[in-house]
Design a protein around this ligand. Structure first.
Ligand SMILES: [Zn+2]
Length: 479
């Protein structure tokens, strides 16, 4: 028997929000005293401004441009149904990165720069570094203060963007990651700027032009929606920016980060855990925030392990110094296969917007989130509390101690993918957890495309599904 020890590592509780834009939020007119309505009654559907970046140049085919715009528009329609925000009151203007530009803030406020670094390069490129810059007209002016009230304008500002809660820069450039061999990367999204409470207010979304031209419309639609959800904040970098609560103070919105509120790491919204066994070492993050935790336990039908949250991916292996790995930007494939926010975008009928993802957005504290778009996830459904510990759970399946509807025991064995739409071959779910195996769908093994076969009793039709049986053709000879 392999004994597993779960260690909870020390985590950094700092918010580390160095680069942010101070945004003014709309406070309803009139006296606030005696107001009993909760803050979320002031939330409004999010207003998203789309700014195309050289789209015609990088995607010259007009029908491809039209398709891209259509799919972005469809995705943003869903986001407007899903997410409401406290509305930005003034014209949205993005601030330069003070943490990089300013050598000496005034002592009275870190947001008042007293001196700029000499020879500093202004590079507001969202970290894309390949020819993209946030347009100057979207930026606020950068000031050098001689006192709290006197300043000179060092970099002039632009007009900003009206009626906007977030700007989405949309492009189709052949960036480096598009050309990584066999990676199959179709798109990518990144947050450029956050407000003072961590909410994304500017994001960059890129679709690889070659992949865009060859993928099906349905796959592009899901991929673009997946990337839009990243651009709204579904990233590892958001985990330490979850909001505990907001209130109105001096007619200003004031929100507290969970990480500022709690010093007790056990109440933090995420933990890094390590499963140790004689033959393996596996780190994982679990999301512990209230809504995601509750949704996960309800999904598993688990009410006896109140601390086991859904499993979040890791970006990198821990280094020899045993530091914690960097959080990834998705659920793990093994724990949340079928979620639109797992790392791989598959065929549309195989992925959906699950309750854990919707709950994750609720837990950020930035949004009022609708449940209307939530779809039921089948993977792991009612598998019980043990499913929350993939390494232990899979080991039991491999050892034959546990029968499971979703996982298989023997690599290479034929069977049915858990949705029963495809035949599959028992394959590791992820290379880092080789003992977790599922029947990976055979792309040519779908049951629902009608076709005739002559060498077996199999049938293929729109309503056909995959089942494993011991059906034999019996020839009965007349007596
Ligand atoms: Zn992703």
């Amino acid at each position: 028997m392999i004994l597993a020890v779960i260690l909870i590592n020390t985590i950094c509780l700092c918010t580390a929000l160095d680069d942010y834009t101070q945004v003014s939020y709309f406070i309803p007119p009139g006296p606030l005293s005696g107001r009993t309505a909760p803050l979320h009654s002031w939330f409004r559907p999010i207003r998203i401004h789309v700014h195309e970046v050289d789209l015609a140049h990088h995607l010259p085919d007009v029908s491809s441009q039209d398709l891209y715009r259509e799919l972005i528009s469809d995705g943003l329609d869903l986001i407007r149904q899903l997410l409401q925000v406290f509305p930005v009151s003034d014209t949205l203007k993005l601030e330069y990165d003070y943490s990089k530009l300013c050598e000496n803030p005034l002592q009275s406020s870190v947001r008042l720069c007293g001196q700029k670094w000499s020879n500093v390069v202004v590079n507001e490129d969202c970290g894309v570094r390949e020819g993209f810059q946030i347009p100057a007209e979207h930026m606020a002016e950068f000031r050098i203060y001689s006192s709290e009230t006197e300043y000179t304008v060092d970099i002039p500002g632009g007009a900003g963007i009206n009626d906007t809660d977030i700007v989405l820069y949309v492009s189709a450039k052949s960036l480096d990651y598009c050309n990584v061999q066999n990676a199959g990367i179709l798109g990518f999204a990144k947050i450029c700027k956050r407000d003072q409470f961590g909410r994304p207010i500017a994001s960059f979304l890129n679709m690889c032009p070659d992949g865009f031209s060859s993928a099906s419309k349905a796959k592009l639609k899901d991929t673009i929606f997946h990337e839009i959800l990243h651009s709204m904040g579904f990233l590892g970098s958001s985990l330490n920016l979850f909001i505990q609560s907001c209130e109105i103070t001096n007619r200003q919105l004031d929100c507290k980060f969970l990480s500022d509120y709690y010093t007790d790491s056990y109440r933090f919204p995420w933990h890094v855990l390590r499963d140790n066994s004689p033959s393996e070492s596996d780190y994982r993050y679990e999301i512990k925030s209230t809504n995601a935790l509750t949704a996960w336990q309800h999904h598993l039908g688990c009410d006896t392990a109140p601390d086991d949250g859904p499993v979040w991916s890791v970006h990198a292996s821990p280094n020899p110094a045993r530091q914690n790995p960097i959080p990834g930007d998705h659920w793990t494939w093994t724990s949340m296969m079928g979620s639109l926010m797992s790392p791989f975008v598959k065929e549309p009928y195989m992925q959906l917007l699950d309750n854990m993802t919707v709950s994750w957005f609720k837990d950020t504290g930035w949004y009022f989130v609708s449940d209307n778009l939530t779809q039921p996830l089948l993977w792991g459904k009612n598998s019980g509390c043990d499913f929350a510990h993939p390494v232990n759970y899979c080991q039991k399946v491999v050892n034959g101690e546990l029968q499971d509807r979703f996982l298989c025991q023997q690599s290479g064995k034929s069977g049915c993918h858990y949705l029963h739409l495809h035949k599959g071959v028992c394959t590791p779910t992820e290379s880092r957890v080789p003992m977790c195996r599922y029947y990976k769908p055979d792309p040519q093994g779908d049951c629902f495309t009608p076709r005739s076969v002559t060498d077996s009793l199999e049938e293929f039709c729109q309503e056909c599904r995959c089942f494993v049986s011991s059906l034999h053709e019996v020839c009965v000879l007349p007596v």
